[in-house]
Each structure stands twice: as C-alpha cells, then as structure tokens.
Design a binder for this molecule. Sequence first.
Ligand code: HEM
Length: 325
Amino acid sequence: MSDHDTFDPKVLERLGLLRDKYAAMGQDLVSYLDGLLHADFPTYWDYINLDTLLSLQHPVTQFPDEEIFITYHQITELYFKLSLHELKQIHREKETTAAGMLERVTRVNRYFENLVGSFDIMIKGLDRGQFLKFRMSLLPSSGFQSVQYRMVEIACTSMDRLVHRELRADHENHGFDELDGLFETLYWRRGATELATGKPTLTLKQFETKYRGDIVNFAEETFYTNLRKKWLGLDEKDQTEDLKNALRTLDELVNVHWPLSHYRSAVRHLQTNPVDIAATGGTNWQQYLPPRFQTLIFFPEIWTEKEKENWGKSWVMAQFSSSPT
Ligand code: HEM
C-alpha cells in the first residue's frame, strides 16, 4: 500500500478546500504545493527580524550609556506604535461598541503603564556625567520631535484640547475647516520658542518641515472619529462606568503620569543650582514639561471641575517633596 492511500481524511479534506480556494482565483494548486515543498521552515530570528532590530542602535559618541538612551527611546516608540495600532482601529471601525472600545483603551493603558513603570531606566539607569556629555552631540534633536507622540494625542481627542491652554476655550466646537489654522496654536508649538528671542526653535522648525503635513492630515482623518468623539457618540447606556474609568486612566497616564516620569528625568539630569542646564530642544523645560502647567485633558466631560482645576497637582507635590536621586 503506498503512502498516498493512507492520507488522513482530515488532510484530504484540507486539500479539497485548498483546491477550491486556488481554483476560485484561477490558480493551480499543484504549483502552490511545490512552493510549500521548497519553502524553508520559519525561524524565530527571521520572523521578528532580529538582526535588523539589533542593528538599529548607532551611538554617535564613545559613552556606553548612550546605547541605553537610544534603545529606550526606540522601546518607547514601539509602545507608541502599539498604542496607535489600537487607537487607529477604534477610529476606523464603522460601528464602535462599548466593549470593543473598552478592550482597546485597556490595551493602550497597559502600554503606557509599562512606559511609566520603566522610566527609571532613564532617571536612575543613566549616568548623569555621561548623559551631559553625549547629549551635546545630539543637538538640536529632542524627543520633542516624536511624531508618534503627537499622533497618540490627536487620535485620542479633538484638536481644541491640544491648543495652548490660554486659547483653548476660544476653539471649543471648532469645525473641520479650522484644523489647519489650529495647528498654529498647539501647546507644543508655543512651548518650543527660544527663551532669548521668542522665535521658533530649530528643533521645532526641523520637526514641522518634516511632519506638519502629516499631522494636519491625521487630524483631518480623525476629526469625526477620534476617541473623544467616539465616546461622546455612544448611547448613554453604552457609556458604562468601566469604559469611563478606562478613559480616565488613559487621560491620567498620557497627560499626567508619563509626562511626570519624563519630567523627573529632566529634573534628574538637567536641574542644577543656581542655573538649570538648557534642553537640547531649547525649550524652557521647567515651564513646559510639568503637566500642571499644560493641563492637557483629552476627555474634559468625564472629570469634575475640581478634578480639572487640580490636574497633575498631587503628583507634582509628591515630586517636589521627594528630591530626585
Ligand atoms: C534622560 C532622559 C530625557 C531627558 C533629560 C529629556 C528631556 C526633554 C526635554 C528637556 C524636553 C523639552 C523639549 C526640549 O527642549 O528638548 C523633552 C521633550 C520631550 N521628550 Fe524627552 N527627555 C528624556 C527622555 C525621553 C524619552 C525616553 C522619550 C521617549 C520617546 C522622550 C520624549 C519626549 C517627548 C515626546 C517630548 C515632548 C513632550 C511634550 O511636548 O509635552 N524623552 N524631553
């Protein structure tokens, strides 16, 4: 008896299904089976592109800790990418259910919790003496130029929420046609002005040359479908406590906890007495980075007035009562 006669019926059934699949596309199953015959078995290292991944860290100085700095930025960008992966699915869904939104927001929260929990790699795990030297070779680049960070913000809320706080109230309920103009008033554009002259920093100019168009396009794409609009569009019965709490957690993670962990790294490495060290991106970072001063809130409707007034305050108090080590 040849092997062909002993085929498991399950194999024969799959062959039949494959034949139908390829026939439907006008393709010849035998050629595809030949392809399968000659194909290599996948390996872990090929599948995740390990060689490429490990070849992407290129320090520009001899200081060993620069590799930590680069790698941790890359890890952060990958978490931003995962966050956007979830947020974009919410934005693209024709019909968003409360359960679907809850699952995706919970995933984003998990990513940001990891980022907040790991920021000590930058705060405690980076030699300050080395950092202060190698950073000079990175001028004028800054994490400020992270476009994915801006896209996370845009995917979460409407543009007026990202306008500098002094102008924010003027732009509530803005229309689609105002998006391009609103770009000029974004909080981070205001932050990135030279201390001495009030002119845009080179860091900002570089960033906008590369990304202004992409950012405005993304704001237009998500105008009707950002997370805030999707939440407001749910029926009241679908605006469950669980979902509301997940959105509150997201708001706090992205707008208070991550910025404050990040701020602690600036305090650790750039704060000196009497004069603080200038940031590579040239902002007045003491005024710019603390969330208390920006009061960014993605979902104002789910916080009380008091909570909004005290935004970021308790953490900052804790920050100043425990000096960085
Ligand atoms: C030693 C570690 C770090 C220090 C001292 C530091 C310092 C700063 C400073 C001073 C700014 C203000 C802009 C400027 O003038 O450059 C800034 C902005 C920024 N940095 Fe960092 N940073 C660190 C690590 C990181 C990491 C790991 C990321 C991850 C991608 C990051 C992302 C950002 C972002 C997104 C902004 C803009 C924040 C906003 O607009 O609110 N930074 N950083």
